[in-house]
Write a new protein. Sequence first.
Length: 300
Amino acid sequence: MRSHSHSHSHQHGTDDRIGWAFFLNVTFTIIEFIGGWLTNSTAIMADAVHDLGDSLSIGFAWILSRFSNKAAPDKYSYGYRRLTLFGALVNGIVLVIGSIWVLFEAIPRLSNPEMPVVEGMLGLAILGVAVNGYAVFKLKAGETLNEKVLTWHLLEDVLGWVAVLIVSIVLLFVELPILDPLLSIGFTLFILFNVFRNLKSTLVLFLQAAPDEETQQNIKQTLIKLPEINGVHHMHFWSLDGESHVLTAHLELSKNSSVNELVALKQTIAIELSEYHLSHTTIEFEFPKETCRDEHEKET
């Protein structure tokens, strides 16, 4: 009973930290968009788009964290792990649209740069470093993978605001308005590079491709090398969310085996596959001369 209470308390602490970071980030993102418009700074607008993406990431992480301890219902038998993929897809689409908008605003300013309201830009930069730095401090106390990933996201935000801070200080002393659109274009290209890389991996997982082809081959060789196994087919290795992997396979037995021998073989397979940390494993044995019930799809 004590263990359950500790687990519940730990999960509640995780939810609180992620939820707190979400509301802080959303509030500050709204302030950024307003501040970027008032200060006439495309660099702040670019960072606002970046923070909007992080807000969406944190929001979906928060939802997933709240669902993660719930029992999987009959309709969603694998639980809610794939919510992270949906979140990543939505996040990517929003960031692409926002980035294109920032580029349309920033690129024309290269030929006709406008001086931003430097004092306002400086104030927002200081606030950005403080707010995102405090969010990093809060999430750093967490131990879950979600919290660690989000901490790195927020650290990127801190570095982005440090760049805005440096540019705004330079603009206080030197009138170089082109620095603002240059910084915003730099931010946006960095965002788009990461977005397209993440979208590619997200779409691959949506299509249930193998998360790692080398691991897939290693698993197959691990099964085939067992003397009781004559062949492997219908092996499917895919991932729920990039972290929780699933394996299904039909194993052709080399001889007719008793129930006790099959139980021993199942234990051996479990030990052999333990190094791959699979979340779900489904194995079907086929006896010699037995026709596979999925023969019409059997691999050659």
